[in-house]
Design a protein around this ligand. Structure first.
Ligand SMILES: Cc1cc2nc3c(=O)[nH]c(=O)nc-3n(C[C@H](O)[C@H](O)[C@H](O)COP(=O)(O)OP(=O)(O)OC[C@H]3O[C@@H](n4cnc5c(N)ncnc54)[C@H](O)[C@@H]3O)c2cc1C
Length: 424
């Protein structure tokens, strides 16, 4: 059994197959698993990158029948039952594809070139470095408008990631950067703007919680702009469809995802996910199963959300179905057990919809902390995260304020002075 992807779905499938009488080969282009729900805390200097990733080999050390190979899978040859990878062709009897999703820029070249993403650990480190570099530059800038632009962050996309990121950037600015840069008037000049195309934040949440999230964000000081689709970005800012230009040195695009690019698989348009039968099998190749963000499956007339719990449960079902097929038994259909959704907004602020419970504020925040700590992989990581959270909470600190990489390596960070020089 070959599994592509050691994310939430692939790892769960591998764990379920561990100890079964099958030979399992798990492939991933990275040698670690990433706990994506806490990426935004790495991006905002709240957690070290190491606390939210774990090497795949150490996770599966005790699984004697599971081997890991770090390789990039390029395409699947369904007819030949073979994968084309950067390590050469790999044949399979059964295949579980759990390669996740990618950022969807909806074909807008300026956004893909200039907006920052938050999809993996590299994005989180780059974003942290970028925001901190902007403040360093702002501290040297004499022109007030340019200083404001350097300290303005636009987050595009009002889903859970956008909401959590906007709240966390605001808190970084308010509690930490204000003290780090006493010469800057951070309170008056630094802005965090959350723009959302729809008329509400957090799609899928009950209306009351959507409104509560917007209120809590605004209470913090984040500017929430609903009904404000972004049309393009340029080196100096963000252009909204209304024609308004928002000068900003940082634009973060968290407004869309599509199925990851992997050749040879059928695709659903426009989501670019792989359509699967309720058993998670690909119709034209029943020995191939797809799980997680990449799988397109409708339940109740709507596609299942691209969320970690869906991926984990699908990983489990896909692996169990492979074992059923191997045993000559019919595969079982996937049924999502929806335990709810939640999003944190900042210190002691969150919303949680744990059917039928609707929570907001401190209680929701405590539930959010507990759930995330529970699902984070590895005792060391749980311990490190808990210590960092306690430290940050008690001392209003963010320990990981490191600008990584060569100084000013990010070409997206372009001050007006530099563009002037380039133009000369
Ligand atoms: C910033 C952020 C915050 C999120 N917050 C939440 C949250 O709070 N709650 C929630 O439920 N969900 C959240 N999600 C969504 C959640 O991360 C996804 O739904 C989940 O990761 C999907 O699991 P997966 O196994 O399908 O894909 P992933 O976990 O993305 O794993 C895919 C794996 O496949 C590997 N891969 C991809 N292509 C190839 C290839 N060609 N060759 C080899 N390997 C490949 C990748 O390296 C990766 O390890 C968040 C996502 C992001 C980006």
């Amino acid at each position: 059994v070959v599994i592509v992807g050691a994310g939430f779905a692939g790892l769960e499938a591998a764990r379920l197959l561990a100890g079964s009488p099958v030979e399992v080969l798990l492939l991933d282009r990275r040698n670690f698993h990433t706990f994506t729900p806490l990426l935004y805390q790495v991006a905002t200097a709240g957690l070290e990158p190491d606390s939210i990733v774990k090497p795949v080999r150490s996770i599966l050390r005790r699984a004697a029948n599971v081997r890991f190979v770090m390789t990039e899978v390029v395409s699947v040859d369904l007819a030949a039952r073979c994968l084309l990878t950067s390590a050469g062709p790999i044949a399979y009897d059964y295949l579980i594809v759990a390669a996740g999703s990618a950022v969807n820029y909806f074909g807008r070249e300026s956004l893909s070139r200039l907006a920052m993403a938050l999809k993996d650990i590299d994005d989180a480190i780059a974003l942290r470095s970028h925001i901190l570099s902007c403040f360093e530059q702002a501290s040297l800038e004499e022109d007030a408008a340019e200083r404001r632009r350097l300290m303005t962050v636009v987050v595009a996309g009002g889903g859970p990631t956008g909401v959590e990121l906007a709240g966390a950037i605001h808190e970084l600015k308010q509690h930490v950067l204000r003290r780090d840069f006493p010469a800057l008037d951070v309170e008056a000049e630094a802005r965090v703007i959350l723009v959302e195309a729809a008329d509400a934040l957090l799609p899928g949440f009950p209306r009351a919680l959507q409104e509560s999230a917007a209120r809590q964000l605004e209470g913090l000081g984040v500017a929430v702009r609903l009904n404000s689709p972004v049309s393009e970005a340029n080196e100096t800012g963000v252009l909204l469809q209304s024609g308004e230009v928002v000068p900003a040195a940082t634009m973060i695009w968290v407004a869309g995802v599509i199925g990851t690019d992997l050749g040879g698989l059928p695709r659903h348009n426009p989501s670019r996910r792989v359509p699967v039968l309720p058993t998670l099998q690909v119709e034209e190749a029943p020995e191939v199963l797809v799980a997680g963000d990449l799988a397109y499956l409708e339940e109740g007339g709507r596609p299942l959300a691209m969320m970690a719990p869906v991926a984990i449960q699908q990983g489990r079902t896909a692996a169990a179905n492979v074992l059923r097929l191997l045993g000559g038994n019919p595969p079982q259909p996937f049924r999502y057990k929806d335990r709810g959704v939640m999003a944190t907004i900042g210190r002691t602020r969150a919303v949680a919809f744990l059917r039928p419970l609707r929570l907001s504020g401190l209680v929701a925040w405590l539930v959010w902390l507990g759930v995330h700590l529970f699902w984070l992989i590895g005792f060391r990581n749980k311990f490190l995260v808990l210590v960092d959270w306690a430290w940050n909470y008690l001392f209003y600190e963010r320990g990981s304020r490191v600008i990584a990489g060569p100084a000013r390596a990010d070409t997206r960070l372009q001050t007006r002075k530099e563009s002037d020089q380039a133009g000369r």
